[in-house]
Ligand binder design. Structure first.
Ligand SMILES: [Zn+2]
Length: 323
């Protein structure tokens, strides 16, 4: 795992490489930015270069080999135990950070989803941040840094990560997944710049099921009781993916609205469904589209409040069909 294998984030990587080259590494960093865009990969590459015998993450030295195998004695990865990172996890880390490093190059502690530290855990970590040992590098990774204690944030050098540009992500997806350029563009757009989303469990949904779901949605009308019922059954069967499916509906309805208001077609997201988008945006009025978008937004709010899934979906589809 070194910097060369990472896609995007070139500015951040340049800064971290130069910190290593000039031996001006802060004791603690906070890597923040949207979930799934590669913050942890950059943190691992940084740890790798920091500990590497050649200083560049060679991939061949004993340190790099141990790190790749997940067995480096000087690297500690803290992740939530259940819902939170607990004080016991921080306490068991502290004596290890106080010891000399095994390989003599330093110790690294990565805290992933750092915002999930309990208040007690955060206060315990604060002690470590206040009294850093010379050769320890602590990297906090968070997509919600505002949830961290201000006293923790202020003791870390902040490195902000942004979503990968859509075209850059699409280019890599096209190559990595051996899919068409049009599919790659759609996947990059619906994954919202997140590699984890694009390559993860949602890939099948985005590439294979999306078009069918959108077609079913666009076929709904006040006289389509059977289609509404069938789509409701399909959605209920995909209940683990419902947030993503609502996202797909949202993006499609927005495409219709944008096309209606003169947005150039190459800026729409569902590039592979332009004939349907053109046809539907002529058929539907702006107030109708806004009502449909409102129904999707309301369903999302209801699900966030744990309202019954079946009732929520039935209600949403009825509103969309009758708009
Ligand atoms: Zn190495």
């Amino acid at each position: 795992m070194n910097f060369d294998t990472i896609i995007g984030h070139q500015q951040q990587i340049k800064m971290l490489k130069s910190a290593i080259a000039q031996q001006r590494i802060a004791h603690a960093y906070l890597f923040d930015g949207h979930a799934g865009i590669g913050k942890k990969l950059v943190a691992q590459a940084f740890a790798c270069s920091f500990l590497c015998e050649t200083g560049c993450g060679c991939g061949r030295c004993s340190s790099c080999t141990h790190l790749a195998a997940g067995s480096h004695p000087d690297v500690h990865l803290l992740q939530p135990d259940g819902e939170t990172i607990k004080i016991d996890q921080i306490r068991s880390l502290q004596p290890q950070l106080a010891l000399r490093s095994f390989a003599g190059r330093g110790k690294v502690c990565l805290i992933d989803n750092a915002e999930l530290m309990t208040r007690e855990a955060a206060n315990a970590l604060l002690k470590t941040l206040e009294e850093p040992t010379a050769d320890t590098l602590i990297i906090l990774i968070s997509s919600r840094p505002e949830s961290l204690l201000e006293t923790i944030r202020s003791r870390c050098q902040r490195v902000r990560f942004t979503r990968l540009p859509r075209l850059a992500l699409a280019h890599h997806l096209e190559h990595d997944l051996a899919i068409s350029a049009a599919e790659a563009l759609v996947l990059a757009a619906v994954a919202d710049g997140s590699f984890e989303k694009a390559l993860g469990q949602h890939q099948d949904l985005y590439l294979k099921k999306r078009a069918g779901l959108i077609q079913s949605l666009s076929a709904l009308s006040s006289t389509s009781t059977i289609q509404t019922f069938e789509l409701a059954q399909t959605l209920k069967a995909e209940k683990d993916l419902i947030g993503e499916i609502l996202n797909i509906f949202d993006i499609y309805l927005r495409d219709l609205l944008l096309y209606q208001h003169g947005q150039p077609v190459d800026q729409l997201i569902n590039q592979d469904m332009l004939p349907l988008i053109k046809q539907q945006s002529c058929r539907l009025s702006t107030p109708q589209l806004i009502t449909k978008l409102g129904a999707v937004a309301q369903a999302r709010t209801y699900l966030g409040r744990n309202v019954n899934l079946h009732l929520t979906l039935d209600h949403m589809l009825m509103q969309i069909a009758h708009a």
